[in-house]
Design a protein. Sequence first.
Lengths: 193, 316
Amino acid sequence: MTEPQNSSTALASRGSLVMDAETIRRALRRMAHEIVERNSDLSAIALAGIPSRGVEIARRIAEFIGSVARTQIATGVIDVSLHRDDVGQRADLPVVHPSHLPVPIEHRTIIIVDDVLYTGRTIRAAIDAIGSFGRPARIQLATLIDRGHRELPIRADYVGKNIPTANGERVRVRLQDVDNEPDAVWLIKDQTS
Amino acid sequence: MMAALTSELRWHRKDLLGIRELCADEITFVLDNADAFKQVGTRDVKKVPALRGKTVVNFFVEPSTRTRTSFELAAIRLSADVINISASTSSLTKGETLKDTAKILEANHADIIVLRHSSAGAAHFLGERLSASVINAGDGAHEHPTQALLDLYTIREKKGSIAGLHVVIVGDILFSRVARSNIFGLLKLGARVTLVGPTTLVPRAFEQLGVSISNDIDAVLPTADVVNLLRIQHERQGKEYFPGLGEYIRLFGLTKARAKLLKPECLIMHPGPINRGVEIDSELADGVQSVILDQVTNGLAVRMAVLYLCGGIGKR
């Protein structure tokens, strides 16, 4: 969903900054509050980040929840590569990360965390992947950006920011600890237009 | 961990034919992926839908139990459909050529062909001609890439990294595809390799690959971080290469007395099948330094990674 290649300066000339470090921080803090509000038993929830940036976002949300509710909440990693529906259609493959969830997951609410929600296919794969660890009490979804254009009946429970986009546009998320670039979200215009 | 998360290397090969043509980053990439597949084995549901709808053909023209079983289980864990063809059941015995048999497999929509063959280069031959993925499961005395990858994975898992380690490979190097693939992989990842065995089975020509050669195992063992023992492949040897097993054991067998020369943390490896009492003392094979069973477990994870990577990319 996000592109690793181009340099940030070249992209900035074609795109617009939609979130800076401070707005990202506030959005994640608000999401943490909403998670606390909607889940009365915080010991029964676990955040599952989708690599790479989802893992970092989950870590930050967990930190906010920790300072708001004074409780440590469980976090894990859910890699979706092995559950995707486009096997044999891609020209190359990225590394698969080991998944780990706090087990048992049977009586927990698992909150999937990702950077950008787009078609919903990644989330469908994540739900499927979680199923191979057991049967959680419920699964929720938190995303920093919801850019629309769903191809599956999936919606987010916690959204940092809704960004209306055209199909040809790209949302580019950068997080300091993952990308070694300052926190930012860019909307990159359609290259063909 | 964060460095690994941002790794931008991506896999683009449809075939795994040998270790020689891989670069160090590609080898490391496969090993990193194997971590994820090893984790799958610890889940409630030890099966992922990664290759659902794909057909894997285990095409073993030369006998094998452990490699074929490992590939078969790996394919099943990835939700692929698997069929096994052995030399005695294939039409090769009726005079059909390897290429024709493979074409027929492909016409039956095989997506991945795992090939074990007695001729060096057989996998390359098919890889170049078929759009299906071809995985070399051993071609003559040439290469056995998944064995080398699982050995490298096991060493990395136990030792943390491979660069700088001294790895000693003992035995029948001349006829060993395991040795050849291991040598390529170990050197690319920065290990120092010493080959030990009778001169007839460890020709000097191997020095050109960048390894040391010794006929004195007792001089080499004290500095070893890993000892990889190979079986004497009687079936591949047309004539006798050393006077007798008794002499081989006395000169090159890892006996209990000889094992005292090893560092306590030195790993003992063996690709199997083991000839207990010949290349390795039976107690040592089951001892604390032995990682022989880890090699088997890791073999499954590595082969899942290889099937997923080669079978998962788009075909032309």
